[in-house]
Design a protein around this ligand. Sequence first.
Ligand SMILES: [Fe+2]
Length: 248
Amino acid sequence: MIDLHSHILPSIDDGARNIDDALAMLYESESQGVTHVLATPHINIGTFDNDLRIIQTAFEQVQQAIDLEKLQIKLAYAAEVRICPEILQLAVSEQLPFVGKYQGKNVLLLEFPHSHVPPGSEKLVDWLMARNILPLIAHPERNRDAWSLPEIMSPFIRRNCLFQITAGSLLGDFGERASNLAWRYLESNSTVVVASDMHNLSKRAPKMRQAFELVHAELGDEKANYMFNDLPLEILMSNVCFKKSSFA
Ligand SMILES: [Fe+2]
């Protein structure tokens, strides 16, 4: 399996606190059958002021630990970028870390606030798409406004954005409303990847294996493999780490 959303880079957001936390999550992921993990620390201006340089430095530290431990798992990096006006400047100055590419477009893991979808989000998405940037919308099923009004995401569905559903949501970890909405996305015609969004091994643990088995049982082999393996790998193959190294 391929995990496109994780907070395993130490001390730069609310995920791993140190290298031991990072390694523990990677060992757990590997034991579940995950072969590739994409580190996606928050870029949330004013809360987590990460940039490419900070992310690259933390990534190299974890990569060294992986090499020392002789873990088989492959690591790459991007970011989970909270929607904000500053994204325009980051895009223009080529400072947005991309997940990879899908149908020739650069894929950006884009996060809305958990409570709502800010006014103007559609315009920002249009602006990004005009610059060949395709949003992969992080966990739409956990957006509280979407619980009462799922159609709030329709503008992004119509624009053919990609959607990332969290493995734990499918298992009920974020409550019934998130679970119902998560399954609705998987059963829809939207283009969906499932990822862990792991932060630690306690409350926000990786649950890719459990989620895969449930999706496999409910929706069948083809759909499960597409959302957990084929599609995320297709996107990740164009990640900067994939191109540069023996990441494959
Ligand atoms: Fe996240």
